[in-house]
Design a protein around this ligand. Sequence first.
Ligand code: SAM
Length: 210
Amino acid sequence: MTNTNWSDWHDAYARPDSGLADRLTAVRAQISRRLDATAPDPVRVVSACSGDGRDLLGVLDRRSDADRVTALLVEYDSELASRARAAAKTLSARVEVRQADAAQSDVYADAVPADLVLLCGIFGNISDADVRTTIDAAPQLCAPAAEVIWTRHRGDPDLTPSIREWFAGAGFEEVAFVAPDADDWSVGVHRLASDPRPLDPGRQWFTFFR
Ligand SMILES: C[S@@+](CC[C@H](N)C(=O)[O-])C[C@H]1O[C@@H](n2cnc3c(N)ncnc32)[C@H](O)[C@@H]1O
């Protein structure tokens, strides 16, 4: 499905110069903020291309109210999916890790609408057209006022101005855009400000080019 060893890619989280650890901290802060804001209500989370799930699972591990969270993590790589399952097992949240193609709309049919959607580590690995298609489809994953947390590098050409416009065009309002001067990662958060849309079955939203 993809030519990259994504398990090895995760090793960069341990390298301070990679920026990934800082990006992870920023993503976790946004997940925590969303969980705080929705407490004590139940929260449904969907994470596409979730890797080993360390963003969401790392937050849930530290929360006493993790039992109000139901999550679907969709990851194609079997080793990463296994690692996510092992981490999820220790939590009080209900977490399903599905080894499947996260680009297919059908994979989310029993898990949406979600209150929080994670699209992390995707937009730098797919074509600009696929980024736009995925953003346009995002309301199909969302409950009313759901938030989407996304990441994208700002290497030349910086696509993040377009990404932020595309979210606005798809009916979202910006909650946060974290983009440190010292590095080129960014973390965006958008809240659905329009009506959610029903899931359109049988769609493929993106293809990884790495
Ligand atoms: C850059 S990593 C990001 C992982 C995680 N979201 C994070 O931010 O740490 C991209 C992940 O997407 C997974 N992936 C790539 N194409 C996929 C697909 N079509 N369906 C599900 N997972 C996919 C890879 O195996 C890899 O774990």
